[in-house]
Design a protein around this ligand. Structure first.
Ligand SMILES: [Zn+2]
Length: 268
């Protein structure tokens, strides 16, 4: 499985367009690497690619990732669909940029699919897509040989909804396994708080893309529960005022987290 980090910043990106804090100023000066809004891409065969979230920066992220370009003189792009972790604008608004691409599949939790009804109606007018329940029993298989299970990790509904029913599974993490290599990725860019559920999710994983705001604590929790040797934690959705944007940050090194730049790729 190949995994590409398309973007690694929290909402607003880094630097945030409307922020003059010291880290944002350092990014404008080129002293810290700029980052686009959080999303990733995975493939099991280098031909069928799946997005993990669709950020508002999706167009530039795809343009910067040659593996996701259409072959010269042919089409379409090797993009098969999108797995959404939630319905937050920074994770779903890129869907509208993909409109008109035929045959895409979008996986999300049932409340997210319901919240996206207006956007779905809009994009389906260009090309009908398949909208799938991520929480379907037994998980699902992606073309390219990836097996996915979705795991509820939060009940926080997006702020833009007029009614926000409590207790629904609004936020998911994904466990993605490559059947050919046995490599396992956990993708959890939004976590309410680390806990036993997270440690269970991380068991057997090789890499975990985790909510940067939880990573120091998550690292400690994972260590306390003896995660399997070889698990490497990569923080993502990094906040402009958080400690992890400075890639020399000692806090990240202490917990074994590996802060990577936009465009980084690894193989599992
Ligand atoms: Zn800032």
């Amino acid at each position: 499985m190949r995994v590409v980090l398309l973007g690694t910043a929290a909402e607003g990106g880094f630097p945030r367009w409307n922020c003059g804090c010291a880290p944002c100023a350092a990014a404008r000066d080129g002293k810290l690497p700029a980052r686009s809004q959080e999303a990733a891409a995975v493939t099991g065969n280098s031909r069928d690619w799946w997005l993990l979230n669709a950020s508002p920066d999706i167009r530039n992220q795809l343009a910067a990732t040659s593996a996701l370009w259409p072959a010269p003189g042919t089409g379409p792009a090797p993009l098969r669909g999108v797995l959404l972790t939630d319905a937050e604008p920074e994770h779903v608004s890129g869907l509208t940029e993909l409109r008109g691409e035929p045959g895409l599949k979008v996986y999300a939790a049932p409340p997210v699919l319901a919240a996206l009804t207006p956007a779905r109606a809009m994009v389906d007018r260009y090309e009908p897509w398949e909208w799938c329940d991520s929480l379907t029993a037994g998980g699902f298989v992606l073309s390219g040989g990836l097996v996915v299970t979705a795991h509820p990790v939060g009940t926080s509904a997006p702020s833009y909804l007029p009614r926000r029913p409590a207790g629904e599974s609004w936020v998911l993490a994904y466990r993605i396994e490559d059947l050919a290599t046995g490599g396992v990725l956990v993708y959890a860019p939004r976590l309410a708080a680390p806990g036993p559920e997270l440690d269970e999710l991380l068991a057997g994983a090789d890499r975990a893309l985790l909510d940067g705001s939880c990573c120091p604590v998550a690292g400690e929790a994972a260590t306390a529960l003896s995660p399997p040797p070889g698990l490497r934690i990569v923080p993502t959705r990094l906040d402009h005022v958080g400690p992890l944007l400075d890639t020399t940050c000692a806090q990240a090194a202490e917990v074994g987290a590996e802060v990577l730049p936009d465009g980084a790729e690894f193989v599992l």
